[in-house]
Design a protein around this ligand. Structure first.
Ligand SMILES: Cc1cc2nc3c(=O)[nH]c(=O)nc-3n(C[C@H](O)[C@H](O)[C@H](O)COP(=O)(O)OP(=O)(O)OC[C@H]3O[C@@H](n4cnc5c(N)ncnc54)[C@H](O)[C@@H]3O)c2cc1C
Length: 476
């Protein structure tokens, strides 16, 4: 029998298509109260002084919520915006409006799971039931051929143990209508907080990539454009390591992170593309990358808090430097190493950085500067428009050698990487206009990049351009 009224607590599942939590709530309750709660803890400053959620992600989140509200209104409901601790706020609203059940999607890492546990506890104390669903991955956790606690440590083993065996579940269609509490109940649907409420400054209008607009419609439009209109999927494997422009990779990550689109929706579109256009290594490779995303999610679930610890899951000794000045130069894109700085400047200006860029700047911070990898991960957490707790901390552990990479020392030679992936130096010149006059790959630097070596050649990290460049170019 259906209960009278239920809350759907939206978290990182800001969509109506393929949203099992929403579908199951509609099946179980006569009336649905959709709520998003801004949790102040997500906007606190970290120990290093930057906000956990920076302006780019906040902007993308608010855009996504605005679109979700419109979508829910089209279906006959609305989206209530609340502010406060979800474990308190949702119970308060639940009690006020005689809610019998709260539905939500499960997360995996400690802070988010802590909130779920606290919510469940206070709900039960007030006689409100709760039910939660797993829906952030391509492969459902219940379908894995092993318990999550035995997730293989090595990616290839993980992938091989499921990709040909486990079926991806079908997507749930969007509901046709949602019954919202009647007009006898007066709700205020709540205002969206301003940037200043969380101590943030609105990004310059022209800075972020114009295509990166939050929301389900925008995410689905990106699939439409990347797969069908521009027909780019067929070359994805060859272009995915690009640096300049918008279309070298899918850019699905910000929408995936907030759940504006689901990995299963992308999967079904890839399969349709394979039937209707072409099936090749590139079409497979996009799914391969989504499996990486799943992998980090299950690894985080398996290892819990260890993924945030300095010794990682390998329990590596802490021998990191904690030099604030060098770290600050890295953050600002002022190390004096063009390939690193160009990537960091792109991140600071747009909230986005390519995968190739992320690997390189992370490797530079931990392998060349030997600085505490958790500092880098925290900075990314603050800045990235697509920050995803598992993908970010999992990848950082990987690069820092404290994660589950079977290869010892995954060092990226920044010079070689720059020369390979930015052959003519166009990427560097795009983000460091001071270097516009330097031609070709001379813009990249000497082969040996250890700090000591650089100093030996008179190049000091942080020297501003063009001084450092003059030194470097002499050496090339
Ligand atoms: C140090 C570091 C930090 C990272 N932090 C994040 C993060 O916070 N959020 C995030 O979504 N990705 C993160 N990544 C992974 C990757 O860089 C981005 O997913 C990718 O650049 C996003 O662009 P795209 O959507 O165009 O990717 P595409 O190449 O088009 O890939 C499609 C999708 O596959 C998934 N994917 C691709 N590569 C990876 C990967 N290495 N790990 C996990 N998933 C992957 C993403 O969901 C991505 O949207 C990080 C990588 C590194 C090296």
């Amino acid at each position: 029998m259906k209960c009278k009224r239920a809350i759907v607590w939206f978290r990182n599942d800001l969509r109506v298509t393929d949203n099992e939590t929403l579908v199951k709530a509609i099946q179980s309750a006569e009336e649905i109260l959709p709520i998003y709660c801004f949790d102040p803890r997500m906007f606190e400053k970290t120990a290093l002084g930057f906000p956990k959620t920076g302006a780019f992600r906040f902007q993308f989140l608010v855009e996504s919520l605005r679109q979700l509200r419109i979508r829910l209104q089209e279906l006959g409901a609305d989206l209530i915006i609340a502010q406060g601790l979800p474990e308190e706020k949702l119970i308060e609203i639940g009690e006020k409006y005689s809610v019998e059940k709260i539905f939500f999607s499960q997360e995996v890492t400690s802070e988010e799971v802590g909130v779920e546990i606290a919510l469940e506890k206070s709900a039960w104390a007030k006689g409100i039931q709760t039910e939660s669903f797993w829906q952030s991955t391509l492969f459902h956790s219940d379908d894995l051929p092993f318990p999550v606690a035995q997730t293989p440590e090595v990616f290839t083993q993980f992938r091989k143990s499921l990709e040909k065996i486990v079926e991806v579940r079908r997507t749930f269609p969007a509901p046709l209508t949602i019954k919202y509490p009647g007009t006898d109940t007066i709700f205020s649907n709540g205002d969206f907080p301003e940037y200043s409420h969380f101590g943030l400054k609105e990004p310059e209008p022209a800075s972020a990539y114009v295509e990166l607009v939050g929301g389900e419609d925008a995410g689905l439009r990106r699939i439409q454009s990347y797969f069908w209109e521009k027909n780019l999927l067929k070359n994805y494997k060859e272009t995915r390591n690009g640096l300049l422009g918008f279309d070298y990779s899918s850019k699905f990550s910000p929408w995936l992170t907030l759940g504006c689109i689901s990995p299963r929706t992308i999967f079904e579109e890839v399969k349709r593309y394979e039937r209707e256009r072409i099936k090749n290594e590139s079409t497979y490779w996009l799914i391969f990358e989504l499996i990486w995303r799943d992998y980090f999610r299950f690894i985080c679930k398996k290892h819990g808090n260890a993924v945030f610890q300095i010794d990682g899951i390998k329990k590596q000794m802490d021998s990191w430097r904690r030099d604030s000045a060098d770290f600050q130069r890295w953050c600002e894109g002022k190390t004096g190493v063009p390939f690193v700085d160009a990537n960091m400047r792109e991140l600071n200006t747009t909230g986005f950085m390519s995968n190739r860029g992320r690997q390189n700047v992370a490797s530079f911070l931990v392998n060349d500067l030997n600085i505490d990898w958790t500092w880098g991960a925290s900075y990314f957490e603050s800045q990235l428009i697509d920050y995803d707790v598992c993908s970010n901390w999992g990848n950082w552990m990987y690069v820092a050698g404290v994660g589950n990479d079977p290869r010892e020392n995954r060092y990226f030679n920044i010079i070689r990487q720059g020369k390979n992936y930015d052959k003519e130096g166009d990427f560097v010149r795009a983000w460091i206009p001071e270097l516009a006059s330097i031609n070709g790959f001379n813009i990249h630097q000497p082969e040996d990049l250890s700090t000591a070596k650089l100093k030996e050649f008179g190049i000091e990290l942080g020297k501003t351009y063009p001084h450092a460049m003059v030194e470097m170019v002499k050496w090339v």
